[in-house]
Design a protein around this ligand. Structure first.
Ligand code: FES
Length: 313
């Protein structure tokens, strides 16, 4: 990846589970657009992890990049590394910003729906929307105020509605999506269940598919170790329980394309030459038919259970 070597200048607990990390350089950083993410390299012993995180800082502020990371104790170790090992003054390599969740300037209104840590891309988006003088409304749901990581980072605005389950004001998607002005685009980021519910409700209410946008990429899940054969060289690699297939391929110095590392961009799509077993697709890129056919795999997210998986690599 084209990497920037940046200094960690701030580590701040937003909630017991979420920390903010600020990165700066000696010279101004490239500007980005709301919804963009960076990939953070995490050298952890003999393992090099790369995870994607949405930028939460002002897209027009070149003085630093900020991300908010939720600790996932069951994850592969990326969030644990950042929470437990990274200190102010450390240097980390991060990718140039890329955006798979950009605002649509043609939309008459941006209806932003966030669940939990899914608030992160919207923190930058609302700054860009305000700068462009575009209409928006944000609905932010969390289990409680205490767990709402972005509460202190959001501006005071009548455009923002908060929904806390323990206060009994859950988001009512049907009411929210019904009666929006024509030309509204919905942007949703959060747990899989929220995104599925927004898509199902919007479909029931007749929203055009082109007006629905979601971002669901996440860190690759851990799982049982498995073997994979690279068909062009005949090499066999072992993918460890806390390693992604993409990381195993990279560790073997085999060239492979990637961008989001979270199953959303399609860049790592790889053809499968042989599959005797079951691919555990965790991506958001392949269609149901493509998943069932088992002729393609997204190495950034997917794992394998079975006898033989041979890739066209
Ligand atoms: S790198 Fe984006 S889908 Fe795999």
């Amino acid at each position: 990846m084209t990497a920037l070597s940046l200094t960690v200048t701030r580590v701040q607990a937003l909630t017991p589970q979420v920390k903010l990390f600020r990165f700066e350089a000696a010279t101004p950083l490239p500007l980005f657009s709301g919804g963009a993410h960076i990939v953070v390299e995490m050298p952890d012993g003999d393992v090099l992890r790369r995870n994607s995180y949405s930028l939460i800082s002002d897209p027009h502020d070149p003085s630093g990049y900020e991300i908010a990371v939720r600790l996932d104790p069951q994850g592969r170790g990326g969030s644990r590394f950042l929470h437990e090992k990274v200190r102010e003054g450390d240097r980390l390599r991060v990718s140039m910003p890329a955006n798979l969740f950009a605002i649509d300037p043609r939309a008459k209104r941006h209806l932003l729906i966030a669940g939990g840590i899914g608030i992160t891309p919207f923190l930058a988006q609302i700054r860009q929307l305000d700068r462009l003088n575009l209409d928006w409304a944000l609905h932010y749901a969390a289990p409680s105020r205490k767990e709402a990581a972005a509460l202190g980072l959001l501006p005071r605005s009548s455009r923002i509605s908060l929904h806390f389950s323990d206060e009994g004001n859950r988001m009512d998607l049907a009411t929210l999506l019904d009666g929006q002005p024509a030309g509204t685009h919905v942007f949703c980021c959060g747990p899989e269940g929220l995104i599925t519910a927004v898509e199902a409700t919007a479909a029931r209410l007749g929203w055009p598919q082109s007006h629905l946008h979601s971002e669901a990429f996440a860190a690759p899940p851990p799982g049982a170790a498995f073997s994979v054969t690279l068909g062009r060289s005949g090499r066999t690699l072992t993918v460890g329980p806390h390693q992604s297939l993409l990381e195993a391929i990279e560790a073997a110095d085999v060239p492979i394309d990637w961008s989001c590392r979270g199953g959303a961009c399609g860049r790592c799509e790889t053809a499968v030459r042989a599959c005797h077993g079951r691919i555990l697709h965790h991506d958001h890129w392949l269609s149901e038919d493509e998943r069932a056919a088992q002729t393609k795999i997204m190495p950034c997210m997917s794992r394998f259970l079975g006898e033989d998986l041979t890739l066209d690599l």
